[in-house]
Design a protein around this ligand. Structure first.
Ligand SMILES: *Cc1c(COP(=O)(O)O)cnc(C)c1O
Length: 410
């Protein structure tokens, strides 16, 4: 008899985005002439930078000739990509990360889930609330939790609320935890972590032998020089943190697929037999066995993001989205909405007007403004009363969205 991984039965059936889709479809069917603007899902909308497109075209041509053809590449990624990553993202900023600590992949979503392969099943795991749902669901799938309660909180996970009351900075857990997921700049709240906040977490992890999973998918959107872009800017982080980065948001790669994970060589964990084990070696073993590397063509495209033109063009892309974010933030503030984020991240996180629930406000915006955002409660119980709007859209749509938002809450 076949048995399934019954942990999957504990998952709340992908509630958030399907429910949004259901409500939007119902509205559009009832109002066929309404042109709905979507600032909901965190997906980019602008085309790839030309330097990246040219590099991928060239790579396709290389694949068309015997003398330049590439078959399987290194499982960890090509040196032509790992080296510029190490140089531009880390070393030129004074951060100690070497090319052989970088593992190139086809996405951070996969990496943040797959990393659980090399970790034990009885860790105490902390996540923020609200949270990027992947961290929670992958732990549910791996059997690290019990069932969810009526608020969608899983038994066995430790939830650290991040709300306006604590300035969106998670408090250190009251009980010791072994693994903590931190995402900065944050999805969904669009807020950032200061050096002091991150130092506090690194110190905590060192004192408690814990591991920090640091998701820096949005680091390129940081404009404030005082805000760390990497966890490895923090003293001691190389001993306690894994960092996840992606080309999805900064280079428009959500449909292209390329990312990387940094596992420093200092990151050692004590096995039950008492020996020190290197997570770098375990991840290398895992990737070499279960992954055959990201596509040559795609890695060529990603490497072009570090050429002088590539860097200029990706910066323009980020500036474009950040102008949208600023317009959203200022436009909503002008009508008395309390807005967080939107300064170093492509998301604004707003307090719903008149104490509406997140979903009630969703319905108001959709029916009166023909505008779609994401209810904060969908990211966790502490997101109730908040709402996320994304800056990933055309300028015209963002400007129209602001006007419609104002009219809808009038
Ligand atoms: C978009 C996003 C990523 C990137 O995921 P990919 O699989 O690389 O596209 C990672 N973390 C967060 C929080 C994100 O929002």
């Amino acid at each position: 008899m076949v048995r399934i991984n019954e942990n999957y039965l504990k998952l709340k059936a992908g509630y958030l985005f399907p429910e949004i889709a259901r409500r939007v479809t119902a509205f559009s069917e009832a109002n066929p002439s309404a042109k709905v603007i979507k600032l909901g899902i965190g997906d980019v909308t602008e085309p790839l930078p030309p330097a990246i497109v040219a590099a991928m075209h060239e790579a396709v041509d290389q694949m068309a000739n015997t003398s330049t053809f590439h078959g399987y590449g290194p499982e960890q990624g090509y040196g032509f990509l790992r080296e510029p990553i190490a140089e531009h993202d880390y070393q030129s900023r004074g951060i100690n990360v070497s090319a052989d600590e970088i593992f190139v992949s086809d996405g951070s979503k996969c990496d943040t889930g797959n990393i659980l392969d090399i970790l034990g099943t009885d860790n105490r795991i902390a996540v923020t609330d609200p949270v990027y749902p992947v961290y929670v669901d992958t732990n549910v799938m791996a059997g690290h939790t019990g069932d969810a309660d009526e608020h969608g909180r899983y038994a066995g996970l430790i939830y650290l609320p991040v709300t306006a009351e604590n300035g969106f900075v998670p408090e250190l857990p009251a009980e010791p935890v072994d693994i903590i997921y931190l995402c900065y700049p944050n999805n969904p709240t669009g807020t950032v972590a200061t050096r002091e906040t991150l130092q506090k977490w690194v110190d905590y992890a060192r004192a408690n032998n814990s591991l920090i999973m640091f998701d820096a998918a949005y680091e390129a959107f940081i404009s404030d020089d005082a805000i760390p872009r990497s966890i490895y800017e923090i003293d001691g982080a190389r001993e306690v943190a894994i960092e996840f980065r992606s080309f999805s948001k900064n280079a428009g790669f959500t449909g292209v697929r390329c990312a990387f994970t940094v596992v420093p060589k200092e990151l050692q964990v004590t096995a039950s037999c008492g020996t020190q084990v290197s997570l770098h070696q375990l991840w290398n073993r895992r990737q070499s066995t279960k992954f055959n590397g990201a596509s040559f063509i795609i890695q060529k495209g990603a490497a072009a993001a570090y050429s002088p033109e590539g860097r200029r063009q990706t910066k323009q892309l980020i500036d474009f989205y950040m102008t949208n974010a600023r317009s959203l933030k200022e436009g909503l503030e002008a009508v008395g909405i309390t807005v967080y984020g939107g300064e170093n991240a492509p998301y604004v996180w707003l307090r719903t007007p008149n104490n509406l629930s997140s979903w009630d406000f969703f319905d108001v915006l959709l029916s009166k403004g023909h505008l779609v955002g994401t209810p904060g409660s969908g990211f966790g119980a502490s997101g109730e009363g908040y709402f996320r709007l994304s800056a990933f859209n055309s300028r015209e749509n963002v400007e129209t969205a602001i006007e419609r938002f104002k009219a809808a809450i009038d």
